[in-house]
Design a binder for this molecule. Structure first.
Ligand code: ADQ
Length: 458
């Protein structure tokens, strides 16, 4: 059976969120921004979950796309999404900075749900269609789809890191995951090293004979390469040039007085190195290297995966540390850390980026990190510095930042001090270099390069 769509995107989430009025609104985020125009132009379909438990609504049209919801029961949300995806695969693929949890029922649910996504995709894809599957929740889909529909051109992109061989080997049913990915014609990663890890595993686990950027599997050639994702630079620049956003940035600066602003913006996730950043800041305050009179840290932490135990524990630890720093070094009306456990609009984030003196991006491991690129895109004034972890994908492109090893608190402190001490000339030189890179590698280019390499859709 085949449907009528020549181009199909498959992602854990649909490109929409439920709106307050009972309808749908386009989801924020890079993937939707990048891929929506292509899906619309090609009259394509998007297969994904609505984000809530229960029966899937009927397929519907949204802004030139055909959306095909996949339903998940409450149990499947627990096991496939919060369990296997976010408490097993997520930590394991991020260097096991938190202990991955393994449960057979989670793996079974992951397989069942991946099968449902594959079936839904097989039903809507036209003969010879191009299908683009996204991310770690759906690693079995390419293989399952290939079995049913050998006519399809299948691409897969992994948004998170792909771990080194020793770590991947810990994953139960690891060969199945690898075979699942090898069902694609093109497997895209954020970094070349990830593609190398993947190819090396195909040799170790399946006895294949990989070449530099590809491997033969099941009579086909599977290409594995890096396609570093990016952001919609024009959109961020437009926001940054908006007089209202600029007024908001000035207002923020006035509120903070003449103190220099260190800014962190992250999902509240243990991979983001928020605790390490707070520790370094506390030590700098304790040593008197920085003072509450002239520096302030604003940490925006978006609530994320709050039903997963590891995330609840992290929230407690972060909030305890914030309380400790403010208790020890604060004064009435002048706290050293402003902690916002909130999601903010894009305009507000851009205003914060514009107001910051130092953007602090310190993940222990991150596929790319779009916040770092958004900050650079927002700095239309060519000012501001950034402390950036070497363990982000973004570090390869943004090496004019102050690169640090967040596992080494002394190195983090050194980076923060160097960024605070940078002269206006140094700041401007570094920011110009980073802006040139970001402006040249937009998310639109990322999507086009991936699809060109995959062939088929255009
Ligand atoms: P994430 O882990 O979510 O993405 P990141 O790349 O930084 O990390 O993207 C986060 C997005 O959420 C950014 O667009 C940011 O503006 C937004 N955001 C963060 N805090 C926010 C807040 N308080 N309010 C509103 N918005 C907020 C995963 C991978 C990354 C990879 C991306 C894309 O983990 O490594 O870069 O996918 O592939």
């Amino acid at each position: 059976m085949s449907g009528g769509y020549k181009f199909v995107v498959v992602a854990n989430r649909l490109a929409v969120d439920a709106a307050e009025d009972g309808g749908w609104k386009r989801s924020p985020g890079g993937l939707v921004t990048a891929v929506h125009p292509i899906v619309r132009r090609l009259g394509g379909a998007w297969v994904g979950w609505t984000g809530g438990p229960g029966e899937a609504p009927e397929p519907f049209e949204f802004d030139g796309m055909r959306l095909h919801p996949v339903g998940l029961s409450e149990d499947e949300v627990d096991r496939y999404y919060e369990g296997q995806s976010n408490a097993t695969v997520w930590p394991l693929f991020h260097d096991a900075v938190e202990q991955p949890v393994h449960h057979r029922e989670w793996r079974e649910a992951y397989e069942t749900v991946n099968r449902r996504f594959a079936d839904a995709t097989a039903a809507v894809a036209a003969e010879g269609a191009t299908v683009w599957v996204h991310d770690y929740q759906l690693m079995l889909v390419p293989g399952m789809l290939r079995e049913q529909r050998p006519d399809l051109r299948i691409g897969f992109f992994l948004h998170i890191p792909f771990p080194p061989v020793e770590l991947f080997m810990q994953l139960p049913r690891r060969a199945d995951i690898l075979r699942g990915l090898l069902g694609a014609d093109l497997v895209g990663f954020q970094r070349p090293l990830a593609a190398q890890n993947f190819l090396q595993l195909s040799r170790i686990l399946l006895g294949l004979e990989p070449k530099e950027e590809s491997v033969e599997f099941g009579g086909r050639t599977v290409v594995a390469r890096a396609f570093p994702i990016s952001i919609d630079v024009d959109e961020i620049e437009r926001e940054a040039a908006d007089p209202e956003v600029q007024a908001q940035a000035r207002h923020l600066r006035q509120e903070l007085g003449d103190r220099r602003l260190l800014l962190g913006v992250d999902r509240l996730d243990y991979t983001k190195g928020i605790e390490q950043r707070l520790k370094a800041y506390r030590e700098l305050l304790a040593e008197g290297t920085v003072s509450n009179d002239d520096v302030v840290l604003v940490q925006v932490a978006t609530p994320s995966r709050m039903r997963v135990q590891q995330y609840q524990d992290l929230r407690e630890r972060v909030e305890r540390e914030v309380g400790r720093i403010n208790g020890e070094f604060g004064e009435v009306g002048r706290a050293p850390v402003h902690y916002l456990f909130q999601s903010r609009s894009r305009a507000e984030l851009v205003a914060m980026y514009l107001a910051a003196d130092v953007m602090v991006v310190t993940p222990l491991r991150d596929g790319m990190n779009l916040v770092a690129k958004e900050y650079v895109a927002a700095r239309v004034d060519d000012d501001g510095t950034m402390v950036l972890s070497e363990f982000t994908g973004a570090a390869a492109e943004l090496d004019a930042s102050f690169l640090v090893n967040p596992h080494d608190v002394e190195d983090l402190k050194r980076g923060l001090c160097a960024a605070l001490a940078a002269t206006p000339e140094d700041r401007s030189t570094r920011m110009r270099a980073m802006r040139a890179t970001v402006k040249d590698h937009t998310v639109d280019r990322w999507a086009r390069e991936f699809l060109d390499a995959l062939g088929g859709a255009s």
